[in-house]
Design a binder for this molecule. Structure first.
Ligand code: MLT
Length: 203
């Protein structure tokens, strides 16, 4: 079980937006962002099950940028199972999900992509990292991913952002990489770029 909000959209043809917040966030955080990206889409917004000094996260870390890989794999599986159950409970197609994640939420969304070929059909990743190395990637052909990165992001370096793009592309995904002249924060100009990309594939 994961704490969450489900909001049925006005257009059932649209994807279901899976919203995944950053460290210290909640399932409320990205609701207004989803509204900007696609006001007609249904929304499944989830709160991470891990607490770090009271701050919700989607998986444990050992230090900033150093992940507890065993927990990451466990939590990725837990999120996948939760989404499958939510699809039954709220009656949407599990093949029609586009994830939108920021920071830690982008990292668990990336981990879904690194482990499953059928978790999401698209993903908007705001300031993600390479979630795990040394895994055999699933076949991601037909999956569209957009990465928003900050040229001066101290948490996700330029090298790591391009490495993530390369790994996803090698697995068959089509990946757009967008640079902001900014740090780790999520800017309105980045959100607008994500929306423009989304409309190319999911309108
Ligand atoms: C993480 O732990 O997922 C990354 O360091 C990003 C964050 O600070 O949440």
């Amino acid at each position: 079980m994961m704490q969450h909000i489900f909001r049925k959209g006005t257009n059932s043809e649209k994807p279901v937006l899976l919203l995944l917040h950053g460290t210290g966030g909640t399932e409320q955080d990205l609701l207004s962002l989803a509204e900007l990206v696609d006001p007609e889409a249904s929304v499944l917004s989830v709160r991470g099950n891990v607490l770090e000094n009271g701050m919700p996260r989607f998986f444990k870390r050992l230090a900033e940028g150093v992940f507890d890989e065993e927990d990451l794999v466990f939590r990725t599986k837990e999120l996948k199972a939760f989404i499958e159950q939510a699809a039954i409970d709220y009656q949407f197609a599990p093949s029609n999900i586009v994830a939108i994640g920021y920071s830690n939420g982008a990292n668990i969304a990336a981990s879904l992509l690194f482990h499953y070929d059928d978790a999401v059909k698209g993903a908007i990743l705001h300031h993600p990292m390479v979630p795990i190395r040394n895994v055999t990637m699933p076949d991601l052909a037909g999956i569209h991913v957009w990465i928003g990165a900050g040229a001066n992001d101290p948490i996700c370096t330029q090298e790591e952002s391009t490495e993530l793009q390369k790994r996803l592309e090698e697995a068959g995904a089509s990946v757009g990489l967008h640079w902001e002249n900014a740090g780790h924060q999520l800017t309105m100009s980045e959100v607008k770029a994500a929306k423009a990309w989304y409309e190319q594939y999911f309108r």
